[in-house]
Design a protein around this ligand. Structure first.
Ligand SMILES: [Zn+2]
Length: 343
């Protein structure tokens, strides 16, 4: 009897695992780009020279390292807002000036009031569902008389968001408005403790339960020591933690359009760097919003005044931005809403 019981258990176990792998295969196979040529058309509007223009601007000395609450950071927020205005990409109805004030009462001591910048393109079929693309706009200011330019951290992410917004806007103007609304959120106060994203998720402008996914970008313009010999990579962190489907969407986007090597080293639960907890996507993950954190890893200029625009790899920044755009495009245009479900 005992033996039979044991073998029955094994049988049940193997059936269960077969069903699981079938489920996984079905999910993976369900992700297809029926509009591949259209996606490619707008991917190709993301250009290295335009990304460079934004990185050079945002990381220039005149912004004095973009410390939260200081004039330099306010001026960068104005640059970002002016860009959206110039492209006729709208502000939320509730925040007509594109700004969400982040009061100094929620920021660490001695910092002044600051702001998140929010723009969006309204969806055609599911306008009340929102796909977020986020990047922090602040950096470390001036220390010991040296300006911390933060070209990679996070001029690269800021530039990527602006370029993707332009690409979605061009598609919209040509009749390919995304089915879901796409929100471009530039958060403040990241370097001093993820404050802008925390404030946003606690005071959301669009309902957090209708926030379908958040793609967060923090440093995607450089190459780390682990990839000196093959720079065609990006780290993805968190993609499988809330939604298995999101994990597969990013893989499909990469396979179809960019062919980067997707490195999941820092996605391991026991990774001592704990990057999953260290950028703005984490505040969305706390609200059960599926997230991906796109990241190039640390390099010799990380958190140093030598993180300057001349050291950015613009060809690679372009390719990585395209991966994020193709991922966002799928989430925004799929017939079924992305499920926050692990299978
Ligand atoms: Zn950063």
């Amino acid at each position: 009897m005992k033996l039979l019981f044991a073998s029955t258990l094994i049988l049940v176990g193997s059936c269960a695992s077969l069903r699981h792998s079938e489920k996984i295969d079905n999910l993976r196979n369900s992700i297809t780009y029926d509009d591949k040529k259209v996606v490619e058309k707008y991917l190709n509007t993301i250009k290295p020279e335009e990304l460079k223009t934004h990185v050079v601007e945002v990381s220039s000395d005149k912004y004095n390292g973009r410390m939260t609450g200081e004039e330099g950071h306010d001026d960068v927020c104005d640059y970002i807002r002016s860009y959206y205005k110039s492209k006729e990409i709208k502000a939320p109805k509730s925040n007509k000036d594109y700004y969400q004030k982040v009061p100094k009462s929620v920021l660490p001591d001695n910092l002044n009031d600051s702001q998140n910048v929010i723009a969006y393109i309204k969806g055609s079929e599911f306008p009340d569902e929102y796909v977020f693309i986020t990047a922090h706009s602040d950096h470390e200011g001036i220390k010991d008389g040296e300006i911390y330019n933060g070209a990679d951290d996070n001029g690269s992410g800021t530039a990527a968001v602006l370029e993707m917004a332009e690409a979605f806007k061009k598609a919209t103007n040509d009749g390919y408005r995304p089915k879901r609304s796409v929100v471009f959120l530039h958060v403040t106060g990241e370097e001093v403790g993820l404050h802008g994203s925390r404030y946003y998720t606690e005071n959301p402008v669009f309902p957090i339960e209708e926030t379908v996914a958040t793609l967060n970008i923090d440093m995607i313009g450089r190459v780390d020591d682990r990839h000196i010999d093959d720079e065609n990579y990006i780290y993805l962190i968190g993609s499988d933690k809330i939604s298995t489907e999101l994990h597969f969407i990013a893989q499909k986007a990469n396979k179809e359009f960019t062919n980067l090597s997707l490195d999941y080293k820092y996605n391991e639960d026991n990774d001592p760097n704990r990057y999953y907890y260290r950028s703005d996507h984490y505040n969305f993950a706390l609200q059960n919003v599926p997230v991906i954190f796109f990241f190039n890893g640390e390099h010799e200029d990380y958190t140093k005044p030598t993180d300057t625009a001349d050291k950015i790899n613009y060809r690679l920044l372009t390719k990585r931005t395209k991966l994020i755009f193709a991922t966002a495009w799928y989430i925004a245009n799929s017939d079924e809403r992305l499920k926050p479900e692990i299978i």
